[in-house]
Each structure stands twice: as C-alpha cells, then as structure tokens.
Design a protein around this ligand. Structure first.
Ligand code: G3I
Length: 354
C-alpha cells in the first residue's frame, strides 16, 4: 500500500468503522497495541491532578503511558500562587506519587519559564532575586530528586519569529544566555541524577526559530552548560511543508543528546481564516505530519530516543479544547472523547511498529 493510501486509510478508518464505539474502559482495540510497549524510549502524556479522579483517563493512561509530565501544577503559577515564602507542592507531590505507584516515569515541567514568576519576583533587589531564583530551583528540583527522571529546566527562551532570545524578568537580571546557564547549574546541584532539558515550541514549523534554538544549544554547550537533553514540543500544524519536520529532527540530533518530543498535538484548526477543507481532508494532513515526526524520532539512535509525549490523551483533555476559539470538533490528540483511537493513534502505532 503506498504512503498516500496508507495515510488516507488511517484517517478514514474511524468513519468506515461506523459510529464511535462507547469506550470499554481499559481495553485497547485489538488493532492498537499499548503505545508504551511500542514507542522507543517512553510514551508520555501530560497530567493534572483532576485526571487522577477520572476512571476513563486512568484506564487509558495505565494502558498506553509510561511517562508523565505535569501540565501546570509543577510550575511557578501553581507553586508560587501564595508567594515565594509559601510554595504549594501538594499537587506536584500527588502527581509524583501517582507516577511512582503506577510505574510511570516523571518528567518535571518546568523550573524557569519566561511566562511565569513575574509577580512573585517583582520588587526584589538583586541579592533577594538571586536568593529566590537559586532557592526556588533548589527547593523544587531538590524535593523531587529521585522521583523525576528529567526536568525541563528552561522552557521557551526563543522569540516566536526566531529573531533572537526573549527578554524577560530572568534575562533582565542575568542576561539572555546567563539565566539559562544559571538555571541549569543550580538544577544540576539540586538533582545530579536528572536529565536536564531545554524545551521549545514551533521549531519544526518555523525554520528561523529552529535555527536560533540550534545556535543557542551550541553556545550553551560551548559554555559548559550541563544541558543534557533537547525538548521539541511539536505543537504541530497540519500545513507544515512535507519534509520540514524530519529535517529539523535530523538537525537536532547532531548534538548526540537525548531528544524528547515533549508536547505533541496537532490541531485541525488552521488560523482565523475559514478552512474550506473537510475534517477528513485535514485529518489526512494531520496524519501525515504525525507520521513524519514519529518516523523521524524512530530513526534516531536509541540513546537519543528519550520519550515521545503527547500533550494530552483524549481530544477533550487538550488545551485546544479549553480556549474560546474551540468549536468542539477539534481532534488534536491520539484518542477521542470516549478513549477510542483517532487516526493519530493509529499513525503512531504504524510508525513505531514499522
Ligand atoms: O483547573 C483550574 C480551575 O480550577 C480554575 O478555575 C481555572 C481558573 O483559575 O484555572 C484552572 O487551571 C488552569 C490549568 O491550565 C488547567 O486548565 C490554569 O489557570 C492555566 O494557567 C493552565 O494553563 C496551562 C498553561 O500551560 C499555563 O501553565 C495549560 O493547561 C497547559 O496545557 C499549558 O501547557 C503549555 C506548556 O506548559 C508549555 N508549552 C505550551 C503548552 C501549551 O500552552
């Protein structure tokens, strides 16, 4: 069967199979093996505490998932919500305990991010800022030492257009490379065993951003930064030109470091203009992008296949389904609202089993 025919069959299978079967909890369809058993490295997904009381989510996660990334409750927005002096670690603790009790690895996300921490760090003089920055990493990374496999030490340092690095409260104190170097050095001290990642999005879809990321990695490694893993979030869009995703993964692999596809989802929404293509046609494009990414990841040397993580399991778990643009029809994730495989799940299985 040629590639186009395969992709079309993957996208149309659910329709040909008739209306969606109601989920029978915990029983993967016979044509879909548990993804954790066929994904090189680990198959991950994001999690929030609310998922842990959802029996359908628990069944799906226990069937398919071998690694978890806290979606938001291990970030400053939750931990520092009551201020620097009163870190809230209860929910990250619950997630860490669930991962341990269920034999799943835990990927810490994220210590230092331009998007968070402004309020808690506002008004501090330099000495207090340094104590707070270093202390936060020591407290959080130290607490989960032995519980996390890895950390996104720094998240999203690069400008959306790839023209340079973001200015933020961290860079204004330590410089654009400086805050990243400091964060990794403090994380290394706090947890000498965790694999330390730099994590970024749109690297496959915006070549200038991908190139800026590669240049940053080169600079950090040359400066002796204990950078040990590279996270490409892969929030893909269906119209990324053929071959562009695979080309970037190949470039990313040049450093010989473990690669984490860290937040895969592929929305069927294509910006603000009306998309005249039907959902099935857009699903074919989505399936092509996912197949290209999964095949590129599968082609990496085993030592560089860290994990392949989707940013949610069911379409209804997706952040895309929580924003005001949601029309209730987006299918960005491997499974539908009932836990049944979308074309994405079948594309992943086909690529990983190939
Ligand atoms: O669950 C609470 C709810 O009880 C409360 O009423 C409501 C209003 O305060 O907040 C809800 O929590 C929200 C949470 O998502 C769950 O929906 C948080 O406010 C909101 O900030 C949080 O957003 C997360 C966002 O990162 C910011 O942390 C998204 O879930 C999460 O998907 C998104 O993930 C990011 C990655 O970390 C980095 N890469 C991009 C990715 C998508 O933006």
């Amino acid at each position: 069967m040629n590639r186009r025919a395969l992709l079309t069959s993957l996208a149309l299978a659910p329709v040909i199979g008739g209306c969606r079967r109601m989920a029978v909890a915990g029983t993967p369809p016979p044509d879909l093996p548990p993804l954790r058993t066929i994904t090189p490295g680990a198959f991950g997904t994001c999690v929030q505490v609310a998922n842990l009381s959802d029996p359908a989510w628990l069944d799906l996660a226990r069937t398919h998932v071998s690694q978890l990334t806290p979606e938001w409750e291990m970030k400053m927005e939750y931990i520092l919500a009551d201020g620097l002096g009163r870190p809230r670690l209860d929910r990250a603790d619950r997630i860490a305990a669930f991962a341990h009790d269920n034999g799943m690895a835990l990927h810490g996300h994220t210590l230092i991010w331009y998007a968070q921490g402004q309020e808690a760090f506002a008004g501090l003089d330099n000495a207090a800022f340094d104590r707070a920055f270093d202390g936060y990493i020591a407290t959080v990374a130290g607490r989960y030492r032995g519980k996390v496999r890895s950390w996104d030490v720094v998240n999203e340092p690069i400008l959306d257009d790839g023209s340079g690095l973001r200015d933020c409260h961290w860079s204004r104190r330590y410089g654009q490379d400086g805050y990243i170097l400091r964060a990794f050095e403090k994380a290394r001290i706090a947890d000498p065993d965790a694999v330390l990642f730099l994590n970024e999005y749109n690297l496959e879809g915006i070549p200038a951003k991908g190139n800026q990321f590669l240049r940053l990695v080169e600079r950090l490694l040359r400066a002796g930064c204990p950078l040990q893993g590279l996270g490409t979030q892969s929030h893909l869009w269906i119209d990324i030109p053929d071959g562009q995703i695979a080309a970037f993964i190949h470039e990313l692999s040049q450093f010989g470091l473990p690669i984490h596809v860290s937040e895969l989802d592929v929305s069927l929404r294509t910006g603000d203009r009306p998309d005249l293509r039907g959902q099935q046609e857009r699903l074919v494009r989505q399936t092509a992008r996912v197949t290209e990414l999964a095949e590129a990841y599968s082609g990496l040397p085993p030592a560089q296949q860290f994990a392949f993580t989707t940013w949610g399991l069911r379409d209804t778990d997706s952040w895309f389904r929580r924003d005001d643009k949601d029309d209730g029809k987006d299918r960005p994730l491997p499974f539908d609202a009932f836990g049944q495989p979308n074309p994405m799940a079948r594309a992943l299985a086909a690529a990983f089993r190939a």
